[in-house]
Design a protein around this ligand. Structure first.
Ligand SMILES: Cc1ncc(COP(=O)(O)O)c(C=O)c1O
Length: 443
């Protein structure tokens, strides 16, 4: 049952939050956050102004960024503009705008990750990107794909399908015994030790959606580089990462990661249009996969079809971008989402997310009966905060929190935890309210 705004605030004893929640006034001027003007590096972002870009209902505390984005004003307006254009004249608006806007979207994603837009494929979601990459890999029954028991359904299921199709074996390893005392070194060592002569693919998730554990992707890439140094091109291990819960809240570029593929939805931490995602890849990565869905933006594929040519050139990100007509107004609004982050600054977004998640973890760690699942260290965690309450099932805790106006979620894993995911849309007052409500549940 949703609480009335007044009742919610009174019950939560959150007088301090009144001012912050008032910032949901959607009439607030947007002029100060524009895609074209990055914030000065030495000024702190105005988090109230950032928060005011969203039309989230003020009677809830929304800590569910990891599931589905609410569109900030610039994204909403871009979608509306394109929707109006398509509704008025679908064919000519499409013909006049599609090539440019798709290129802009890829360039914006590339700029955000520090690579060329030509190495970005656009997808509808993380799931689509993961499926396309793993099922596009050229594997055979002599090959092994290495992944972890801690990975998500999307990775496991895509790998199961790839294995059925190609005959390659999927090997799953335990990344740790006890998350409470896991270290970066242990994580890297476990992965490195599991690589065998037949391993061709390493498939992991950057930030786990069950526990919030963040893997040291760069360190794993370095360990892999050691292995690959002694291998010929055909035997190299490709490094593929589901990065959705870091993309939009960690201050890391694609080259800093050192992986071959990064797949992520743009409709979670990035606050991009719902139904959008991307794959960033290296030239080596693209050359290692075969597309499953015909591309509409790859000239070579069209020519091959029209003139009966062979497609001998290596696969590219253009060719890996699935074609078909889409909710174009959403894909075309991607530059505004990246612009929103660029304006605030990738480092500031990451720092703010870490700050709020840190406050939440500190507070949770002090509540009796609460068992924090996410590591406290910033090097092993990002914005997801997972926990359990002794004696209560995770879904029951989520229901209690929702009854108290706090939108938490349950991780859809066999072992379920409660998740709260503070982001740049939240305030420290909201963290206090969430903690107070959790104390109320355990008392
Ligand atoms: C680790 C991970 N990968 C992929 C997904 C699915 O993302 P998408 O909705 O973009 O397909 C989720 C869902 O939240 C997730 O937790």
């Amino acid at each position: 049952m949703a609480l009335e705004r007044r009742e919610f605030l009174t019950r939560a004893g959150a007088l301090a939050a009144v001012g912050a929640l008032g910032a949901f006034d959607c009439g607030r001027a947007y002029a100060d956050i524009s895609a074209s003007q990055p914030a000065a590096a030495d000024t702190l972002p105005d988090w109230e102004a950032v928060r005011a870009q969203f039309r989230l209902s003020p009677d809830r505390i929304h800590m569910s960024t990891m599931l589905l984005s609410s569109h900030p004003k610039a994204v909403r307006e871009a979608i509306e503009t394109h929707r109006d254009g398509l509704d008025a004249n679908p064919v000519e608006y499409l013909e006049q705008n599609n090539s440019r806007l798709i290129r802009d979207a890829r360039d914006a994603a590339g700029r955000y990750l520090g690579i060329s837009g030509s190495n970005i494929a656009l997808t509808d979601s993380t799931t689509m990107g993961v499926g396309l990459v793993y099922n596009g890999l050229r594997l055979n029954p002599d090959h092994e794909i290495l992944t972890t028991e801690q990975d998500y359904y999307v990775t496991h299921e895509a790998l199961r399908q790839a294995s059925r199709r190609t005959g390659a074996t999927v090997k799953k390893i335990q990344l740790y015994e006890e998350i409470g005392n896991v270290t970066e070194d242990e994580l890297v060592q476990r992965v490195a030790e599991a690589i065998s002569p037949s391993t061709r693919v390493l498939a992991v998730t950057w930030v786990h959606s069950s526990t919030g554990l963040k893997l040291p992707i760069r360190l794993i890439a370095e360990a892999l580089e050691e292995v690959n140094r002694d291998r010929d091109e055909a035997s190299r291990v490709l490094f593929c990462v589901d990065g959705v819960h870091a993309f939009g809240c960690e201050d890391v570029g694609f080259d800093d990661l050192g992986c071959d593929f990064l797949m992520a939805g743009c409709h979670k931490w990035l606050f991009g249009p719902r139904g959008t995602g991307m794959i960033a890849g290296t030239l080596r990565g693209w050359a290692s996969v075969t597309p499953s869905i015909p591309s509409f933006i790859d000239g070579g594929s069209w020519d091959a079809w029209m003139y009966g040519k062979d497609l001998e050139s290596p696969t590219t990100a253009d060719r890996m971008t699935p074609g078909g007509f889409k909710a174009f107004e959403h894909q075309w609004a991607l530059p505004e989402a990246f612009g929103f982050h660029e304006h605030i600054g990738r480092p500031a977004v990451a720092e703010r997310t870490r700050e709020l998640a840190g406050m939440l973890k500190e507070g949770l760690a002090e509540i009796s009966r609460v068992v924090l699942r996410t590591p406290r260290s910033g090097s092993l965690s990002a914005g997801i905060v997972s926990f359990d309450i002794d004696g209560l099932e995770a879904p029951a805790v989520v229901r209690m929190l929702r009854d108290r106006g706090i939108v938490a979620s349950v991780a859809p894993y066999l072992t379920a935890h409660v998740r709260l995911t503070p982001s740049i849309r939240n305030t420290s007052e909201e963290i206090d309210v969430a903690l107070r409500e959790i104390r109320g549940i355990v008392s």
